[in-house]
Design a protein around this ligand. Structure first.
Ligand SMILES: Cc1cc2nc3c(=O)[nH]c(=O)nc-3n(C[C@H](O)[C@H](O)[C@H](O)COP(=O)(O)OP(=O)(O)OC[C@H]3O[C@@H](n4cnc5c(N)ncnc54)[C@H](O)[C@@H]3O)c2cc1C
Length: 472
């Protein structure tokens, strides 16, 4: 009698042969393509999928899921593979379903400030196409992510403090369910009080409840005037206090990002920010009408001065502004470049903003006690920051990074925070879910998963904890 593994292997052979007949060259079993789809970024978890299927339409996705459902073959949706918690690492005998060829703008409604796009389009790709109409989409995770992947991980970025996360900026979705059935959720209107909010259910579901093929997005007018500035401080505490006070006073900053001394050392080297020093730094952006921007700048400068800020360095031209923000977005690569070959894992905690200084200072104590090198960078206007921890790329290095991560996450949870403000759960954060949400909420999540994917084919093993539970 065939064992479980033989059975799974024979099922996938059957599915692949049917898919090759239907989709031809859209199905790849080439080693390098499978390798590219065997992992995401950061977490060193990797396994080859048996094949990669490149979907070009909702119908393609539906056909793949229908077959996989019938033959119980696991499917991992893949956008750009920039997720950092092992989200796209396939289980055994699985197919990777790549949506990156689905890049059309399906509908563009500038008069209503919305559009409908295919899930494989990146936000950079979208913005390049709508910029000339004076519009933009603001959610900007650092990686070149797809909009479908951003929905699936409930992503955000530097502009969330002003415009919100992807959750606040998606009006509706087209989703293919585990059985291959296609549904639409939400619509084009700004609000609706009808029915369960299925759009919100799929946002952050990490490919475990359905595969998103289209996204209806809110758009915004490009601001009339934009100013960017950098302010350096002698201490991290002073920098965090400045950011928090600016938010508490209600200054509508467009972005405020923190980089600590080590992160600045990395950014200066990597992005040639030679005019700056390796000191705790805040990157600011202000946007609006020229008068409003001036008022915001003056009020923020005053707060920075009171906290010992070492003066504002202005980025006056659009080129200078994008150089600064590119440096901020490249912070992860800059830290990696400090020690090529080292293992780098990014923590991602968030707390209510009044607790942020306490958390960051506590995390710095934890880093010092661990004897490890770690850079801090954060969306401090939201109470969210990352610690990029470096260690030798071996089992002991990994264990030490995860021990430190656990300490920092433990502090955040004890302060009423979350173990992830934006990266999501994947494999890496599962152990914290019960402490964060409670056993009852997890039971409801499992019931939803069971109802929507009874054969467990959609990204199995992700998001819902199966192993050890963190108890503090
Ligand atoms: C340098 C760097 C900086 C980053 N900065 C940020 C940041 O500032 N903010 C932030 O939020 N994240 C950040 N990230 C993480 C990452 O960019 C986000 O998690 C992003 O949303 C992932 O999108 P993706 O297209 O790469 O998805 P993938 O990595 O391909 O997939 C992520 C998850 O979504 C699922 N999925 C993908 N597409 C679909 C779909 N169409 N339907 C259903 N499920 C799908 C996958 O199965 C997987 O579970 C950063 C990553 C890097 C490498």
């Amino acid at each position: 009698m065939a064992d479980g593994s033989d059975l799974a292997a024979s099922r996938i052979r059957l599915v692949l042969s049917a898919l090759q007949t239907r989709m031809g060259a859209q199905v790849s079993t080439v080693g390098s393509v499978r390798e590219e789809h065997s992992h995401g970024e950061a977490l060193d978890a990797s396994r080859l999928p048996e094949a990669v299927v490149f979907a070009e339409s909702t119908d393609d996705v539906s056909a793949v899921l229908k077959l996989c459902h019938e033959h119980r073959v696991p499917v991992v949706a893949f956008g750009a593979g920039t997720s950092v918690e092992g989200h796209v690492t396939p289980p055994e005998h699985a197919i990777s379903l790549d949506l990156s060829r689905m890049t059309e703008i399906v509908q563009f409604n500038p008069e209503d400030l919305d559009c409908r796009v295919q899930a494989g389009l990146t936000r950079q790709g979208l913005n390049a196409q709508i910029r000339d109409c004076g519009l933009f989409f603001p959610v900007d995770p650092g990686g070149e992510a797809t909009l479908g992947g951003m929905c699936a991980t409930r992503a955000s970025g530097t502009a969330a403090v002003r415009y919100g996360t992807i959750k606040e900026n998606v009006l509706g979705l087209t989703v293919v369910l585990a059985t291959g059935e296609v549904i639409r959720t939400g619509g084009r209107v700004r609000k609706s009080s009808t029915g369960y909010d299925l759009t919100a259910l799929f946002i952050g579901s990490e490919g475990t409840l359905g595969v998103i093929t289209e996204v209806q997005l809110r758009l915004y007018g490009l601001p009339e005037s934009v100013a960017a500035a950098v302010c350096q401080f002698e201490t991290v505490d002073a920098a965090v206090r400045t950011a928090v006070e600016a938010i508490q006073y209600g200054i509508p900053v467009a972005r405020v990002e923190l980089a600590d001394e080590m992160q600045m050392e990395a950014c200066i080297r990597y992005s040639h920010l030679d005019e700056l020093r390796a000191l705790p730094t805040l990157f600011f952006e202000f946007a609006g009408g020229p008068g409003a921007v001036r008022e915001q700048v003056e009020a923020t400068e005053e707060i920075a001065r009171e906290n010992g800020g070492l003066g504002f360095a202005w980025a006056d031209t659009p080129e200078e502004r994008s150089r600064l923000w590119k440096a901020r977005h490249d912070a992860y690569w800059a830290t990696r470049a400090l020690e090529p070959g080292a293992l780098v894992i990014s923590t991602d905690c968030i707390v209510p903003i009044s607790k942020l200084a306490e958390l960051i200072l506590g995390a710095r104590d934890d880093i010092a006690a661990s004897g490890m090198r770690a850079a801090m960078v954060g969306h401090v206007g939201d109470g969210n920051f990352h610690t990029l921890i470096l260690a030798e790329d071996n089992a002991e290095g990994r264990r030490r990074i995860l021990d430190l991560d656990r300490k920092i996450v433990g502090r955040a949870l004890a302060m009423g925070g979350s173990c992830s403000g934006e990266h999501g759960v994947g494999l890496g954060k599962q152990e914290f879910l019960e402490t964060e949400h409670g056993a009852g909420a997890l039971r409801v999540m499992r019931a939803l998963k069971m109802a929507m994917d009874p054969r467990g084919i959609l990204n199995p093993g992700k998001l819902l904890p199966e192993g050890e539970v963190y108890r503090g």
